[in-house]
Design a protein around this ligand. Structure first.
Ligand code: ZN
Length: 500
């Protein structure tokens, strides 16, 4: 006895057996009951969601000799049985994607005028209707405009946008949805029970998730799983060669935590295990995309996170951060696919994302610095310890002043040493500042003023030149930024302007 694949064995034969798509089924049943079914139907939706299956049920409902309740085919009469076997002369299934399809369309148009040979209605199911050639579509269009009373067209397509608008406008459209996880798992479970096959629910959940709403894909995966004798989630992962979901979650968590050390050590272990880094990165992108959508459209996107720490990170990570990580991953995924050094590229990507987060602590540091200076508290920074030198010859020059200042206060020295050298004339000490007017608000200013005036014996005059926004390079040159970068051994990667 040959093995019948699950998708065929458990293909629904009547409306009551259809899984999901209740909005489609309900409308069709009503139309059939009232005898008001449109003569041109368009079934659109992703593969494996039941378009052809429901089309066949409709064909049976239109031809069954023993119709139940006005819509449900009996599956026992001659006509039903022949339709089920695919040998009923009045129901023709055409694959528009195949070469034969084009001839079949011509032939069917020729034969439209003849009354059905055996049944009540001629039903033409055109699969992959968007693949019809222009001529075939044009010829079909005429028939769609005024189909004979005994003729029904059911066009099925995964890409309705590729159909000519003239055809679209003549069909009543039914959108088939992706099946939700719960519905799929329930159905897979019921099949396993009927097959007397013991399998953990978590394994079925994994299969259903991988199928992404296509029941046909889910059933074909279940076929494979059964062939391998898979019983547990772990079995599924190893038998079907998938990366453990927890691994994807672990990597996502590390990226959201921006923990470079952990990231690199995980990368090392992945390498040792010989895992496919491209596939893994694709899975991470997919996972993060879902998180991003759940963040951007809360309530509309169901969120599935098992790990409680990751859940917490989801809450604390901003939408913008998700976007930046996703952009980085997507860009680098393309590079990863081409590089002869995938491991290195993978690590670079992880490092890029982990380092990016360094911006946030820096932003916080700047904020703290501001708070400190507002409250007038001194900032404690490591003092540079230097061997005491002999007092140099006293020269009233800026470099000399700085050198002296360096010994007194490293902080003040750092602040000043990165400012342009002031112009010192007989009247005053003139300090020109470019764009960093916040320096004027600094609590250090009075101290500096006092020190400068004491040293040079002249008043300090500060001029702020322009108020335009500074460039990254200019900001990097600012004393306070340099000070922070120096203190934390940090690198300035990016700048975000605050609202003020
Ligand atoms: Zn029947």
């Amino acid at each position: 006895m040959s093995y019948l694949v699950l998708a065929r064995k458990y293909r629904p034969q009547r409306f009551s057996e259809v899984v999901g798509q209740s909005h489609v089924v309900k409308t069709l049943i009503n139309a059939l009951k009232l005898g008001k079914l449109t003569h041109a139907l368009l079934f659109s939706g992703i593969k494996g969601t039941g378009k052809t299956t429901i089309a066949r049920i409709v064909a049976k409902a239109l031809n069954c000799l023993n119709l139940q309740e006005g819509y449900e085919p009996c599956n026992e009469c001659q006509n039903c049985l022949e339709i089920n076997k695919g040998i009923f002369v009045d129901v023709l299934e055409i694959d528009a994607a195949s070469n034969r399809g084009i001839d079949q369309v011509r032939e069917l148009i020729e034969n439209l005028k003849y009354a059905p040979a055996k049944g009540r209605a001629k039903v033409y199911i055109i699969d992959e209707a968007h693949m019809l050639t222009k001529e075939a579509a044009n010829a079909l269009l005429k028939s769609l405009e005024e189909p004979p009373a005994h003729v029904y067209f059911i066009l099925a397509t995964t890409e309705p946008n590729k159909l000519p608008p003239t055809i679209l406008s003549r069909c009543q459209r039914y959108d088939f949805r992706r099946l939700d996880l719960k519905t799929m798992v329930q159905f897979l479970k019921s099949i396993c029970e009927r097959e007397n096959y013991d399998i953990e629910t978590s394994a079925l959940e994994l299969i259903a998730r991988e199928a992404q709403g296509s029941m046909r894909d889910a059933l074909s995966l279940l076929d494979q799983a059964m062939a391998y004798g898979v019983r547990t989630k772990e079995d599924v992962l190893s038998a079907l060669g998938w990366h453990e979901e927890s691994l994807v979650e672990e990597l996502v968590q590390i990226l959201l935590e921006r923990d470079l050390k952990k990231a690199l050590s995980l990368s090392k272990s992945l390498y040792e295990r010989g895992l496919d880094l491209i596939y893994l990165m694709e899975k991470v992108v997919e996972y993060l995309r879902n998180l991003f959508l759940a963040k951007a459209l809360p309530g509309e996107t169901p969120l599935h996170i098992e790990n409680p720490e990751l859940k917490e990170l989801f809450v604390t990570t901003s939408q913008e951060d998700f976007l930046v990580i996703l952009q980085t991953l997507l860009r680098d995924l393309e590079v990863l696919k081409r590089t002869p050094y995938p491991q290195l590229q993978f690590e670079l990507t992880l490092a890029k994302i982990c380092e990016y987060e360094k911006l946030v602590p820096l932003r916080e540091i700047l904020q703290k610095l501001e708070e400190f200076s507002k409250s007038g508290e001194a900032i404690l920074l490591p003092q540079k310890v230097e061997a005491q030198k002999e007092e140099p010859v006293f020269l009233k020059s800026w470099p000399d002043f700085l050198e002296k200042l360096q010994k007194e206060s490293f902080t003040l020295y750092t602040l000043l040493s990165h400012l342009p050298e002031p112009e010192i004339n007989s009247q005053e000490v003139k300090l020109k500042l470019k764009g960093n007017e916040e320096f004027l608000k600094s609590t250090y200013l009075p101290i500096l003023k006092e020190k400068i005036e004491k040293y040079f014996g002249k008043p300090l005059n500060i001029q702020v030149e322009s108020q335009r926004r500074s460039t990254l390079d200019e900001i990097k040159e600012r004393p306070e930024v340099k000070l922070i970068a120096q203190t934390f051994s940090a690198k300035i990667v990016n700048i975000q302007y605050t609202k003020e």
